[in-house]
Design a protein. Sequence first.
Length: 134
Amino acid sequence: ETGNLQKAEEYFQAILQNEEDPKISVFELVEAHNGMGAINLKHKDLFEAQRYYNEARYILDHYFKNAWPKELDWWDFHERAAMRTIIGLGHVAKERSDFREAKKFYSLLLKWDKEDELGVKKYLNEVEKELRRE
């Protein structure tokens, strides 16, 4: 697994180092940030994970002109990238024990993905359970 993770990180970093290249699409760039966010989340580097996911969200906000679609579909490549960004932000918040923030992101994703293609209800239930304990 470590070898695959290292290869993935090298792949994502290569995209990020060449982000000004016009051949790199917005969504390749978003997915590279999402990928680095996920790798850092796996390594429990929550600061870096948050930074990468925030950058992906910033790119998406610019792309959508701050008017995100009302629904997101996993089968649409572009929307899938957006879904990964939002769930990643939720996961980082959950790992930081910021359950209110995690709930905000999970609820937002569930609103956009009514079919719950990412299984967000499970995460939402977990953070709501933690919030009841507070």
